[in-house]
Design a protein around this ligand. Structure first.
Ligand SMILES: Cc1ncc(C[n+]2csc(CCOP(=O)(O)OP(=O)(O)O)c2C)c(N)n1
Ligand SMILES: [Mg+2]
Length: 351
């Protein structure tokens, strides 16, 4: 679609957005039994890991803030399973443990980060909100709502500048979707056709504020439209729908067509953080999501339909329980950072 040159006489560009090129409608991913079992394994790992992190927090072994990902597992697993770990980068907010686990990082070093131990992925000095792995191209873990989107724009710029073929996956929440810097980034990303997938994890709440109370346009997949960034709305409780959308988005971005935005409709079962009394929603609402839309239950049913037996699923569950128990033991027993680490990796300057 040709654009009106900047110095041309003003005239209406009547072309409706619907006539501009759109990505193809994503298809639900057709996973093999092995792939689906692996998705199940990863999602159960995230859930059990997070439950254990919640317990360790309750015991006082984890300090500071801790935001659990329980309920949203299908998003990180579905999207990240489609990435190319050699080239692509990921960045997210503070609700970041699940994304690390979905990337195959060792649960021991993630749990050790939560308990502030030297063996943690950020040497025990970042904690829950500041997971980071240069090796995996996982660039955090950020506490400032929306900041990761602008930083993701920078990562995407670097992919393009270096010509390394990588795509940046930048996650943010429904609350962050109202942040100004998101729109500056959408604008530049489209203008420069940066290889970035904007991922809105719409879990329906930003702390205690529901999407409808805070957003004049609550169909968040449309948030890129005025920048010509196409958007797709996806069932974030269905890992195969998520993976299918990831395929479509990656094809669009790798094809040099610039950014794309995905809105994943999901739900968090726990409070915003461990210190949230959750007075802003009813127990019935949460229970209904667990009963009718749980991502793990859905995969379980599909696996059973594919002929996977109850015993096989139980064996996976048992294996995961063991991995999580070992991670928790490791995180409790390994030493804290040395005192001389206090001033390393931190900016200590006058400015
Ligand atoms: C710039 C900024 N403003 C406010 C906060 C406080 N805060 C932390 S999380 C949060 C809600 C964000 O909700 P959402 O983007 O939906 O993400 P979710 O927690 O649901 O994953 C707010 C307002 C912050 N950390 N940074
Ligand atoms: Mg939210």
């Amino acid at each position: 679609m040709a654009r009106t040159p900047r110095n041309a006489a003003p005239q209406a560009d009547a072309a409706p957005i619907a006539n501009r090129e759109r990505p193809v409608e994503p298809r639900r991913y057709e996973a093999t039994k092995e792939e689906l079992t692996e998705f199940y394994r990863q999602m159960v790992l995230i859930r059990r890991f997070e439950e254990r992190a919640g317990q360790l927090y309750g015991l006082g072994l984890i300090g500071g803030f801790c935001h659990l990902y329980i309920g949203q597992e299908a998003v990180a697993v579905g999207l990240q399973s489609a990435l190319d770990g050699e080239r692509d980068s990921v960045i997210t907010g503070y609700r970041d443990h699940g994304h690390m686990l979905a990337y195959g990082l060792d649960p021991k070093i993630i749990m050790a980060e939560l308990t502030g131990r030297a063996a943690g992925i950020s040497k025990g000095k970042g904690g829950s909100m500041h997971m980071f792995s240069v090796e995996k191209k996982f660039y955090g873990g950020h506490g400032i709502v929306g900041a990761q989107v602008a930083l993701g724009g920078g990562l995407a710029f670097a992919h393009k500048y270096r010509g390394d073929g990588g795509v940046c996956l930048a996650y943010f929440g429904d609350g962050a979707a109202n942040q100004g810097q998101v729109y500056e980034t959408l604008n530049m990303a489209e203008l420069w056709k940066l290889p970035i997938i904007f991922v809105i994890e719409n879990n329906h709440y930003a702390m205690g504020t529901s999407v409808n109370r805070a957003s004049s346009e609550d169909q968040l997949y449309r948030r890129g439209e005025s920048f010509r960034v196409p958007g797709l709305q996806v069932d974030g409780m269905d890992v195969l729908a998520v993976r299918g959308a990831a395929e479509t988005a990656l094809e669009w971005v790798r094809g040099g067509k610039g950014p794309i935005l995905l809105e994943l409709k999901t739900y968090r079962y726990r409070g915003h953080s461990m210190s949230d009394p959750a007075k802003y929603r009813t127990r019935e609402e949460v229970q209904a999501m667990k009963d009718n839309s749980d991502a793990i239950d859905l995969v379980k049913r599909e696996l059973e339909a594919l002929g996977v037996t109850e015993e096989e699923l139980k064996a996976v569950d048992k294996d995961i329980r063991q991995i999580v128990a070992e991670a928790a033991d490791f995180a409790e027993q390994s030493p804290e950072p040395e005192v001389n680490e206090l001033y390393t990796d931190v900016l200590v300057e006058q400015y």
